[in-house]
Structure formats: C-alpha cells, structure tokens
Design a protein around this ligand. Structure first.
Ligand code: PLP
Length: 363
C-alpha cells in the first residue's frame, strides 16, 4: 500500500454517454448533427502515400495559418491543441499559479473544477443568479484567474461582450479565459478584445460548430506574449499532439467558411422551432445562444423524463448536481431528429398529465 500515498488522486470528469447503435437519437453531448466540410476528405485518405512515417509539424503551421487568416490575427496569436479540453488544461497549468482562488460559476462546464483538482489550483465557484445568469460583480474581487464559458454550458446563456470587457479590464493581474465552445450559434465573440487586453485568452473548438468532435481539434487566441508562455508549457509536455492528417483536415475545414455558416444557420433555425415546441408542452427555459436548450418542467421531474426518453433510444443530458437536478440539456439535432424527439416527449407529457389534476402551469 505504500506506493499509494504518492498517487495524484483526482475524481475524474464524467463525459456524456456515447451509446452506439443505429436506432438511437443522440442529443446528449452537443455534437453537430450535420457532416463537416467536404474539404476535409482528401487529407484523411492520403494515408497510403507513406507521408505519415514522419512526425507531424509540431507547430501545425498549416492549421495555425488557416485560423489566423480566418480571424485576422498573426500566427503568433494562435495556439492549437487536441480539442479545446487539451487547450484549456494547458491554459490552467500555465496561467493559474497564484495563491488566490480561480473563479468560475457554480453551474458551468464541470471540467473546470476537475482541472483545478488535478493541478492543485484553489478555486471558488460563484453562484449564478436565480435565472442562471452570471453576476459580473462576482468577478471583480481579487483572484488567481477567471474562466467563463460564453455562452455558458449547460445553460446556454450569453454574457454580453460589454460585461466580458468589464471583467477583463478589472483583472489586469490575472488571466481571463473565455471558453467560446458555442459562440458560433449566436453570440458575439470576445476576440476583438485580445488586441486591447494582454490577459485575455479566447478558446474555441472544431467539435461543435464545425462538426468534428471525433477529430479532436481546439484552439486559443490571445496576445503574442500570452501565447508564447502557453507554447513553452506545451512543448515541455508533448510537442507532437496533432497528427498530420488532422492538421490538414482542420485547416481545410477552417477555410470553408460557407459550409460553416450554413451549418450554423440550420441549427439556429431548428433551435427556434424547438423552443416553440417546448413552450407548447409547458417547459420553461432561458434564451440559449448555443446548440442546445436547458429546459425544466414545473410538473414533471427531469430525471423521469430523461429515463423515459432513454428507454426509447433518445439520449439527452441529465446532471445529478445541485441546482440543476430538475433540468435537461437537449442538443439541437436535425429537424427529423427533433421531430421524433418531440413526438416521444409529447406522448410522455400527455400520458403523465392526464393522470394529474390538470393543474395549469406557467414559467
Ligand atoms: C464541448 C465543450 C468543450 C470541449 O470541447 P472539445 O471537444 O474538447 O473541443 C469545452 N468547453 C465547453 C464549455 C464545452 O461545452
């Protein structure tokens, strides 16, 4: 047993279920229901040429350049990694080394507290208000760093850019990470602020709006100085993270802006239709700027709805966590998937409600 006292113990992050099978509708991990840009294909079928005997480009220049061109940045302002989870972990490791606690909301991406535990970073979770909105004032006191998902997950709420700027400008002594995994579905990016604030870093991903969750690509954008520190840590850990075909595929996808925009527009339209259906069935929810809705029903327990749907091959996300135990996070799928989802949900709501006293509900 003696070796066990030297183990770095941590309670791991619990990812959403990844069920396999054809007859399922998967609305539980915010993946994009549409295929990625067709431009990624050639990069992925080049394996036969023998190029992959060699190590990949550790700087992933092709991809870094595509991102820099798309967002009007220099290449030195861009950092890439194996999904934004990899990028975020490296940011925590590099920048959250003060004695003061790192701040993030109590209801947010649950990986933040896991990285803090893993890296032994002190943190304080700041409660969202009763509508699950961030209170800017909570982030104006001394801290060892700040991380905000915007739009937030699992709530979908968007913090206006002016509030982000208030937080960043009041915290020149710490690094502020804005995790924009869902920004392309309707939010205003904090990216224009990186030239003004050296302590701001914006993180985005190919997993959601670019339909490439399985390929694992994410990126950070910030001041050249900040990105240099991040790179120093990364090259001290693992220099060859992205493989050659993935670097090329992601660069090609980034350059296909037309496909990307159409893809996002389709999801935003379907989200609008889903909002109306949820409302008709008596569900309550705040406005979402993401590719999911965070819904609750005044009469029906979320867990029971979750289990009923699951029994019929429809997966949504239910979190066994304080404050949000009676909510479901439902990813926006294709129109056909949402149609099927709502048929099953409607069946459940009517079945259960007909036994009840027929109470009227409102949000
Ligand atoms: C999905 C998600 C990520 C991680 O995405 P990757 O697939 O690792 O790029 C990061 N932050 C939030 C808030 C997310 O929802």
């Amino acid at each position: 047993m003696s070796w066990e006292k030297n183990v770095r113990r941590v309670v791991p992050y619990t990812p959403g279920e990844q069920p396999r099978g054809e007859r399922i509708i998967k609305l539980n991990t915010n993946e994009n229901p549409y295929p990625p840009s067709a431009a990624v294909l050639p990069s992925l079928i080049d394996i036969g040429k023998g190029e992959f005997r060699r190590y990949p480009d550790p700087k992933a220049e092709d991809l870094v350049e595509a991102i820099a061109e798309t967002y009007g940045l220099t290449k030195k302002q861009v950092f890439v990694g194996v999904g934004s989870d990899d990028v975020l972990a490296m940011l925590f490791l590099t920048f959250f080394n003060g004695g003061k606690p790192v701040l993030f909301p109590d209801v947010t991406y649950s990986f933040y507290e896991v990285w803090c535990d893993l890296f032994r970073i002190p943190y304080t979770a700041k409660p969202l208000d009763e509508n699950f909105h961030i209170r800017t004032e909570d982030y104006l006191s001394p801290n060892g760093g700040i991380v905000l998902a915007n739009p937030n997950a699992p709530t979908g709420s968007l913090l206006p850019l002016s509030e982000i700027e208030r937080i960043v400008s009041a915290n020149a002594d710490s690094v502020v990470i804005v995790d924009e995994a869902y920004i392309d579905f309707g939010g205003e990016s904090a990216l224009p602020l990186i030239d003004k604030y050296e302590n701001l870093v914006v993180v985005q991903t190919f997993s959601k709006s670019r339909s490439m969750a399985g390929l694992r690509v994410g990126y950070a954008m910030g001041s050249e100085r900040l990105i240099r520190f991040l790179q120093d840590a990364k090259y001290s850990f693992n220099s060859y993270t992205l493989s050659t075909p993935i670097i090329r595929a992601a660069a090609a996808a980034m350059r296909d802006t037309e496909h990307f925009q159409q893809n996002c527009q389709k999801i935003v339209r379907t989200r609008g239709r889903a909002e109306r259906r949820f409302r008709e069935l008596g569900f309550c929810f705040e406005e979402s700027a993401a590719n999911f809705l965070f819904v609750t029903h005044p009469l029906l327990p979320a867990r029971q709805i979750f289990e009923y749907l699951r029994g019929r091959g429809i997966y949504v996300r239910w979190f066994d966590r304080d404050r949000i135990r009676n909510y479901l996070r439902v990813t926006i799928g294709t129109d056909e998937e949402m149609q099927e989802f709502f048929e099953v949900l409607e069946g459940y709501v009517y079945k259960v409600r007909s036994y009840g006293a027929g109470e009227e509900t409102s949000c």
